[in-house]
Design a binder for this molecule. Structure first.
Ligand code: ATP
Ligand code: MG
Length: 258
């Protein structure tokens, strides 16, 4: 069966519409097996403000002290993952939540402890538990927390985690669901963007903040052999069974006769 990795942004989790869930059902009807990775930026920020911790970002990555990490795991696993699994279940989809550090699923290493604290990148994905769930007809919903060789938990940007899992399970497509209808340039959604164009828009600041890890992960997913990467909105329909809505990022320029 074809697999599709869906990264659901925390930015849009509270605003997912029935049209969005219909698109998921269309994907299942098109014989896709679904796997989710979720973010949780707004939930984390809300909790950090209760604890009076100021959020701090570098190139879209959250600086994570020991205290922040505890809050991140508490919120992502205990609140955000529960919310998404609940919504999928309410919509008739059989989902099971999985913390990335469970069963050695997401393994990682620190990126730059001095600048970012306990922020990691994925070094390996053990897809055993993910595969067992899928074989039994469940949709895995993975929280982006990894563990390093010393057993230290790491906060992983959900976009990076999504691309790593997509590569590890040999997904055909990776979809980034967010609160905007795709990559916008001068106020318009761009339906298709090449790697070279993404690089220009990163350089000139048209792509900034939370969109940076998304496109960086998109490019690395394409390098790992995925056929396509989409950035779509969770507030509307993004797949009708035949047509996609959003921005399709492609690895190379297509020629007319390709
Ligand atoms: N060129 C662009 N087009 C569209 N959005 C952009 C662009 N550049 C930056 N952005 C920002 O990227 C944001 C999406 O990333 P963000 O990290 O906020 O959400 P998310 O990844 O869906 O959620 P989470 O980080 O909680 O998982 C948009 O809301 C927008 O503000
Ligand atoms: Mg984000």
């Amino acid at each position: 069966m074809k697999k599709i990795l869906i990264k659901c942004g925390g930015s849009v989790l509270d605003e997912l519409t029935p049209d969005f869930f219909n698109s998921l059902k269309e994907l299942q009807a098109s014989e896709y097996q679904l796997i989710f990775v979720h973010g949780g930026g707004p939930d984390i920020n809300k909790m950090l403000s209760l604890y009076q911790v100021e959020p701090e970002f570098h190139n879209g990555l959250r600086k994570t002290t020991k205290e922040t990490l505890e809050i991140v795991e508490l919120v992502l696993s205990g609140q955000t993952n529960r919310k998404l699994v609940g919504k999928l279940t309410e919509n008739g989809l059989h989902a099971v939540g999985l913390n990335g550090s469970d069963g050695g699923c997401l393994q990682g290493k620190l990126i730059d402890e001095a600048a970012l604290g306990f922020v990691g990148e994925i070094t390996a994905v053990n897809d055993k538990v993910i595969s067992i769930l899928m074989e039994e007809g469940f949709i895995p919903v993975i929280t982006p927390i990894a563990v390093n060789e010393e057993g230290q938990k790491l906060n992983i940007n959900a976009d990076y985690a999504a691309a790593a899992v997509a590569g590890a399970v040999a997904a055909e497509t990776c979809i980034f669901v967010t609160d905007v209808p795709g990559i916008m340039v001068n106020g318009e959604v761009v339906p298709q963007m090449t790697k070279a164009e993404v690089e220009v828009y990163l350089e000139d600041g048209t792509i900034y903040g939370g969109m940076i890890p998304k496109v960086t992960s998109a490019l690395s997913a394409l390098d790992k052999g995925l056929e396509s990467v989409m950035i779509v909105s969770g507030k509307t329909s993004f797949f009708t069974g035949t047509e996609w809505k959003g921005t399709n990022i492609i690895g190379k320029e297509m020629k007319n006769n390709e």
